[in-house]
Ligand binder design. Structure first.
Ligand code: OSB
Ligand code: MG
Length: 380
């Protein structure tokens, strides 16, 4: 496509309840959305297309070094102008070339992923193909797991987990941190039994000195322990992977297909959480999926408290055959009273994969406006 302009939008959406992790408490989702405008079909029969991208960077740099304002800054100043310049020079931009076109700019994968997602959505609107079809999805719906934030007490946690199980979620992920780990897991097992698929996410809050605490979690037959150590401790993760029987899964550390290859080679994990935003986009996410499939590493689709736009794309990704564990692709109402798209709903513990062109969903104008903090246009 020829990219002729892009809209950068900052939104702020209130969460239905505070979401606490080992790195902080979130009460709103602040997100950057990108809408690219352009034409497909060449100079002879140009057809206008547009596409939406959602940046997963959070308001503050607590989960990752990237954060919303920084993502907006690099998109505005460098990334979008690069695609506009290439287009103005007469070269087609495709989703498959965005990554290499943006390669001179170091890092900023979440910002790049949002722009690539927007180009991909626009491109697929041009061809009429769904994102799921494009990625090679083999399922029409995906099993839905839920990520449960740290609660003020174990009693409160049991209530929340009970509600999610009643909703039909097929897998529970408990956020843990030092001091809120063994006791809540033990209580959930005691109340809800040995059969519910259960896993924990430490969000990098432990060190190797905590190996004994992590080992105590072996008693609870968890599916996995997600990201016990800091992001750049790839080699160090091989230690818990050796000492703890429960499979170690990496999230924060997997910032690219290369990082995934390194993690597998170093035996730093036996499961990988794939988040397209964190690894630079849906194309890189698919490459990691393929790499893991070839190496016998199960993967699942992580979440970043996405709006319906990112949720749609995650559902498509999670429908690939190597996603053999339920992901954090929950219903819209897990986080939002009103989503910016048609809401994703649970149907017998599953989320339907959109079938329309591109993402298969688009923002509902007035709802989007009601959450909008600022909008700007970037043009050649
Ligand atoms: O570590 O998986 C994580 C949310 C924000 C940042 C990091 C993480 C999470 C979640 C929620 O666990 C996943 C979701 O349901 O979107
Ligand atoms: Mg995680």
């Amino acid at each position: 496509m020829r990219v002729t302009g892009a809209e950068l939008r900052t939104i702020r959406m209130p969460l239905v309840s505070p979401f606490e992790t080992s790195f902080g408490v979130e009460r709103d989702r602040v997100a950057i959305l990108v809408r690219v405008i352009g034409t497909v079909g060449g100079d002879r029969r140009p057809v206008e297309v547009q596409g939406w991208g959602e940046c997963v960077a959070m308001e503050s740099p607590l989960y990752s070094s990237e954060y919303a304002e920084a993502a907006a800054a690099v998109l505005r100043r460098y990334l979008i102008p690069r695609l506009l310049a290439v287009s103005a020079a007469g070269t087609d931009v495709t989703a498959e070339t965005v990554d290499s076109l943006l390669e001179p700019f170091v890092g900023h994968r979440m910002a790049k992923a949002a722009l690539e997602m927007a180009v991909l959505d626009a491109q697929l609107h041009g061809t009429g193909q769904s994102l799921a079809g494009y990625l090679g999805a083999t399922r029409t719906s995906v099993p839905s797991g839920v990520s449960v934030g740290i609660q003020p007490s174990v009693a409160a946690l049991l209530d929340v987990v009970g509600d999610y199980l009643a909703d039909g979620y097929v897998r529970i992920k408990l956020k843990i941190k030092p001091g809120f780990d063994v006791a809540p897991v033990e209580a959930v097992r005691e109340r809800f039994g040995e059969l519910i698929p259960l896993q924990v996410d430490a969000n990098a809050a432990y060190t190797l000195a905590d190996a004994r605490v992590l080992r105590r979690l072996d008693a609870f037959d968890l599916l996995l322990i997600e990201q016990p150590l800091p992001e750049d401790d790839l080699r160090q993760h091989a230690e818990p992977a050796r000492l703890v029987r429960t499979p170690i899964c990496l999230d924060e550390s997997i910032v690219s297909p290369r990082a995934a290859a390194d993690a597998i080679a170093l035996r730093a994990c036996s499961v990988i959480n794939i988040k397209a935003g964190r690894v630079g986009g849906y194309l890189a996410a698919r490459r990691i999926h393929d790499l893991c499939q070839a190496n016998g590493i199960p993967v699942w689709c992580g979440g970043m408290v996405e709006t319906g736009l990112g949720r749609a794309a995650n559902a498509a990704l999670a429908a690939l055959p190597g996603f053999t564990l339920p992901g954090d692709v929950s219903a819209s109402d897990r986080f939002y009273e009103q989503d910016i798209t048609e809401p994703f709903v649970l149907d017998d513990g599953r989320i339907a994969v959109p079938t329309g062109p591109g993402l298969g969903v688009s923002p509902i104008g007035p709802v989007l406006e009601s959450y909008t903090v600022s909008t700007e246009w970037i043009q050649a």
